[in-house]
Design a protein around this ligand. Sequence first.
Ligand code: GAR
Length: 210
Amino acid sequence: MTRIVVLISGDGSNLQVLLDQAAAGQLGGDVVAVVSNKAEAYGLERARMAGVATAVLSNKDYADRDSFDATLMALIDGYQPDLVVLAGFMRILTPGFVRHYAGRMLNIHPSLLPRYQGLHTHQRAIEAGDEEHGCSVHFVTEELDGGPVVLQARVPIFAGDDEAIVAKRVRVQEHAIYPLVVRWFCEGRLVMQQGNVFLDGALLPAQGHA
Ligand code: GAR
């Protein structure tokens, strides 16, 4: 079984879907631990309710990014993961950390990458007048929100939509595509090599909008 460690900072609704599918035997892997940089993250409660180990490592206790990431890496590696899943983990990771998990760390981002890297993606899409928005699952590389995209889901933005309704619409799609990609990885079907992503041995076309 693929051993999965999930990193969160907040609500953990994506984590919940992964926990549910793992419990139902549909993920092809086990969530062996959930790590948060925020003690108050509700996702920790979700993990406890699922009987999954939890750990909190507050970045506020560390003087700099390097020392926090080094401790985080040691903590994660203690669980011997095959895959690290970022599910609303709101921290910029150092290059050394990212390199350590190269090809075995996934992230979900609430935009159609490469559009709207960074924060406030829904508000920025609304303000730009976009009629289409969405979310992307990608392998994590040293470039922030810039790693190769595995799968995207699209949603419409309608006139008059506010940030909350767009976020809700996107979140539904996140819950559909993230477990799917995690399962592909767990089944050994999804591989990143030298920045290219292969599914079932076939090179995935680079996704994304201009
Ligand atoms: C999700 O929308 C995810 O795409 C986003 O945080 C939310 C976490 O929700 N991640 C990022 O913005 C990463 N840059 P959740 O805690 O309910 O899963």
